[in-house]
Write a protein that binds this ligand. Structure first.
Ligand SMILES: Nc1ncnc2c1ncn2[C@@H]1O[C@H](COP(=O)(O)OP(=O)(O)OP(=O)(O)O)[C@@H](O)[C@H]1O
Length: 246
């Protein structure tokens, strides 16, 4: 099967810092792929490069054959950013955030048509936030905020979903809801790439895993990714002390 996300030899530098040192990766549709790496390993940079928000110094990214800017314009790719990258004080409601997923279809007037309203209603229902639609986005819990951004991507009709640490600061129940939703979206044929620190949740979440440390150390079945030697390479030797993972 052709990869929905193709990353080829991508190098990204921030001044002196080498964030990605030649990443090559194919991400398949219809599956959840977990992206694992320690702080600073380049996970967010990889997402931003795939979104076209960061320009690689070398290499290229194709999303269903299109460059990231074109894919974004076509609404092909939806992004749930890390919480730190969002201004939670911004005076928008949950419904407004989800409606942003429809902007690409509304032209310059941004007038929401019945089809847009219906898509927003359905997306809110799918993530179980219908009752919170009129709340200011900052007045949600961590898990609800993630679900609101996921609803935006669903309303957009994005075929490729990128989620940067969606479980950080999220209670276990919200995490379970998010995992179920991501699995459903993948079963529908979407491409789901999700970064996480939560290695214990990985077997329930993902079909395959990518271990990242500025480049791809491993890409394959979750069971193999969690092997002690792979984790030691990815996180350093400390992780081996966590016997329940090893
Ligand atoms: N805008 C920036 N300017 C300078 N350096 C940056 C910038 N963004 C990231 N970096 C650096 O690039 C490296 C990779 O960062 P990145 O945020 O991609 O890692 P990450 O794996 O997402 O980390 P975390 O798990 O902490 O979010 C780090 O050394 C980071 O300090």
């Amino acid at each position: 099967m052709t990869a929905a996300i193709q990353v080829r030899d991508v190098v990204v530098r921030y001044g002196e810092v080498l964030a990605l040192g030649g990443v090559t990766l194919d991400v398949a549709p219809g599956r959840v792929t977990g992206l694992i790496g320690m702080n600073g390993s380049g996970k967010s940079t990889l997402f931003k490069t795939v979104m076209g928000l960061v320009r690689p110094d070398r290499g290229r990214v194709l999303l269903e054959g299109a460059d990231p800017a074109t894919a974004r314009r076509r609404g092909l790719v939806g992004y749930v950013p890390q919480s730190e990258d969002v201004d939670w004080d911004f005076p928008v409601s949950v419904r407004d955030v989800v409606m942003m997923g429809r902007y690409g279809r509304q032209g310059l007037t941004r007038r929401a048509r019945p089809a847009d309203q219906a898509a927003v209603d359905q997306a809110l229902e799918r993530v179980e936030l219908t009752d919170y639609a009129n709340r200011q986005i900052g007045q949600l819990s961590g898990g609800q905020r993630k679900r609101a951004f996921l609803a935006r991507a669903i309303a957009q009709g994005a075929q490729i979903l990128l989620l940067d640490e969606p479980f950080a600061g999220v209670d276990k129940r919200s995490e379970a809801t998010l995992v179920r939703l991501l699995r459903e979206l993948a079963a529908d044929g979407r491409t789901v790439l999700v970064s996480t620190h939560d290695l214990q949740a990985l077997p329930q979440l993902a079909d395959e895993a990518v271990l990242l440390l500025r480049r791809v150390l491993f890409h394959g079945p979750v069971g193999e990714a969690l092997r002690p030697d792979h984790l030691a390479l990815t996180f350093g030797l400390d992780v081996l002390d966590q016997a329940h993972i090893a």
